[in-house]
Ligand binder design. Structure first.
Ligand SMILES: Cc1cc2nc3c(=O)[nH]c(=O)nc-3n(C[C@H](O)[C@H](O)[C@H](O)COP(=O)(O)OP(=O)(O)OC[C@H]3O[C@@H](n4cnc5c(N)ncnc54)[C@H](O)[C@@H]3O)c2cc1C
Length: 636
């Protein structure tokens, strides 16, 4: 990529940890190469031991890898040939001779939970193999670490919290408790210190609003006062002040039922433009906002927006049943739900983590990746292994074994198992098992996962944020709509950040889409965008965006940014249905329900199978998939 003229001023030539890994091998430090140096030569310390652990480097310890992570290129390079049928016919010579009671495709929370449920029921001597295409387990629940100036900074590359708008099932709740997590203790660990005094802001960019301007006080100061400070046109300001206040009834003469029926079929944006008569300029302010599943103002059904209490609807006289919520069912580790994945691994492979860790010590427990896949250990986790084909030995209804082939280091290997659980992505399963009934394959292919990024940028101080009085900034029209300070959680010896002269992780989130298209098309466009950008392009975007927002506070991208990890997830959230994008179908006929039917010795887990992007769903689907396989084995 030819770097733009301001690249050097932005610090693109600085040596920071941003290694790109290809097939698990470091291919260089981009900035170091530009600067003609290495990280240590540039004064950046070599990775130190994660507190309490033996010395590690990124080659042995995946959380320390930076650069392009998430669904990084090498992890997903087999997906396209897989979907094109390349691995449909495989020679028997790939057989490794390994035999298992259960093979699980996918080492995310769902796959790990499935192994846990299986062992809990049938015993810890059951032979289980878990395959994952990434160089780390956890799926979306990924840990990112930076080691800087002798201190470890832990962030989350995906799944952030145990949090849900739905109550956890008994199975999910019991699992969380078995792992030693008491969610009600959350407040003990989240003292934020001076950060609590800072608030939210909005960044108006010059491409859409005529000039770059950060306006602090979003949601904190009265809306008329807030909008007065923005570069919006007078008309847009007046419209926004109106809809953020008490609205009149924009649908007079309609009954509540008629209003709800209408709102179910139009977007929040359509409602604001057509009924509330706001100007298109005003919509730009709302572009980064939306409903469930990372939907935006133009893809969120107006009824869903109204139910969520979004602006514009409070004069319609609509009533909604109160949403059922369990009290404070939310818990955040500094590495998000990667700690859940680690706790699961500590139970599945006791040698990988010392002792039986619980919530108080899991974050600091050293994890030995070399113990994950050791011959003779009942449960094995094989990373860097992409499943490419699953076949029954005979008719699926009567077969007693399956053969699972996967690609590792460019070679196909095949194992045999008495059953398989697909805890991977629904959209790949038809290519892995082309013998599935056509209706089931169509159903599995229905959903389009939500493209997302959770990017972690280590900065050496956050005085610029403090000076501007902000801890989070919404940029409605930029690639990264969210920027926030992530002070971490003070737990089990790990210390969160409290003062502005300490380094801190700045989290930048994105959910790329294409406003105006139907939702699934927007998801596809966003996936394409994420897959087409190089790390350097992401880095440039991040540096320039941060500079445009924070230079007023004295931010210097070249010296302040000391590490960047891009977690791109083209295969992000599981898709959920709504009244705008999906036809009404009775529950039992919904694509995810048809798609997850057992097929011979294969059952289907993963949050896609529950059409809900939550950890509890991933656990529930694992539980169901295990139960279904028990039924097939006559074990109930
Ligand atoms: C950025 C982000 C933030 C999130 N935040 C939250 C949150 O705060 N709270 C919450 O409850 N949920 C959150 N979620 C939702 C999250 O998806 C679920 O909570 C949960 O982690 C999903 O687990 P899973 O095992 O079902 O799927 P995944 O985590 O996707 O795991 C599936 C695994 O299977 C692997 N796989 C796929 N195909 C193959 C193959 N052919 N061979 C081998 N392996 C394969 C995948 O690479 C992946 O590692 C978030 C998701 C994202 C993307």
């Amino acid at each position: 990529m030819k770097l733009p003229r301001d690249a050097r001023a932005l610090g693109m030539d600085r040596a920071i940890p941003r290694r790109d890994f290809l097939n698990g091998i470091a291919i260089g430090i981009a900035g170091a190469a530009l600067a003609g140096g290495t990280s240590s030569a540039a004064g950046i310390p070599e990775p130190q031991a994660a507190a309490g652990a033996t010395p590690v480097d990124a080659a042995q310890y995946p959380p320390l890898r930076s650069g392009l992570r998430g669904n990084y290129p090498a992890a997903i390079e087999a997906f396209a040939p897989l979907q094109q049928g390349t691995y449909r016919q495989l020679p028997t010579s790939t057989d490794s001779g390994e035999k298992y009671d259960l093979v699980i495709v996918g080492g995310g929370i769902s796959g790990l939970a499935a192994a846990h449920f299986w062992r809990r029921a049938l015993g810890t001597d059951q032979k289980i193999l878990i395959l994952d295409n990434h160089d780390d387990f956890g799926g979306h629940a990924k840990r990112n670490e930076f080691h800087y100036n002798g201190r470890t900074f832990i962030g989350y590359g995906g799944t952030q919290s145990i949090a849900t708008p739905f109550p956890y099932s008994y199975a999910a709740k019991r699992l969380v408790e078995e792992l030693g997590i008491k969610v009600e203790r959350n407040s003990e660990f989240n003292a934020r210190g001076p950060l609590q005094r800072l608030g939210a802001a909005t960044f108006f960019d010059k491409e859409h609003f005529g000039e770059d301007r950060v306006v602090a006080g979003t949601g904190r100061i009265p809306w008329p006062e807030f909008f007065a400070k923005t570069p919006l046109s007078d008309v847009a300001k007046a419209d926004l002040i109106r809809i953020y206040g008490q609205n009149p009834d924009y649908m007079p003469g309609m009954t509540e039922e008629q209003k709800k029926a209408k709102l179910a079929g139009i977007s929040w944006q359509d409602f604001l433009l057509r009924y509330a008569k706001v100007s298109p300029d005003a919509i730009l302010f709302l572009r980064g906002q939306g409903g469930r599943n990372n939907k935006r103002v133009d893809s969120t059904p107006a009824l869903e927006a109204a139910e969520r209490g979004s602006v514009g609807f409070n004069g319609l006289g609509l009533t909604f049943p109160p949403e059922f919520r369990e009290a404070s069912y939310s818990f955040h580790f500094p590495d998000g739900n990667a700690s859940i994945a680690r706790l699961l691994v500590s139970r599945l492979i006791p040698g990988a983590l010392p002792g039986t860790p619980g919530m108080d010590n899991i974050v600091q427990s050293g994890l030995d990746y070399s113990k994950l896949d050791v011959a003779g250990t009942p449960t094995r986790i094989r990373l860097g292994s992409t499943a490419v084909r699953l076949q029954h030995d005979g008719d699926p209804d009567h077969a007693t074994t399956v053969r699972l082939s996967y690609l590792r280091n460019g070679k196909v290997e095949t194992v045999t198992a008495a059953g398989a659980i697909m805890a991977c992505y629904n959209s790949l399963i038809p290519s892995l098992i082309p013998e599935l009934p056509a209706k089931q394959k169509d159903a599995l292919a229905y959903a389009v996962k939500v493209p997302m990024m959770y990017n972690n940028i280590l900065v050496r101080r956050w005085t610029a944020f403090e000076k501007l009085g902000v801890s989070s900034i919404n940029s409605p029209c930029m690639l990264h709509t969210g920027t926030s300070l992530d002070p971490g959680t003070t737990i089990g010896g790990y210390k969160g950040v409290t003062t502005s002269d300490e380094p801190i992780i700045v989290r930048m989130t994105a959910s790329p889409n294409k406003p105006g298209l139907p939702r699934k098309e927007q998801n596809r466009a966003g996936q394409k965008q994420l897959l087409s950008m190089t790390f350097e392009q992401y880095e440039y975007e991040i540096r320039s965006h941060l500079t445009r927002m924070l230079s007023g506070g004295g931010f210097d991208p070249a010296s302040d940014i000391v590490g960047i990890t891009v977690n791109r997830w083209p295969h992000g959230y599981a898709y959920t249905y709504d009244t705008l994008a999906d036809p009404f179908v009775p529950q039992e006929e919904r694509p995810h329900v048809i798609g997850r039917r057992r097929f011979g010795l294969v059952t289907i887990a993963n949050s896609d199978a529950g059409a809900a992007a939550f950890t509890n769903q991933a656990i529930d689907e694992a539980h169901r998939a295990v139960e279904e396989l028990f039924v097939r084995h006559g074990l109930t």
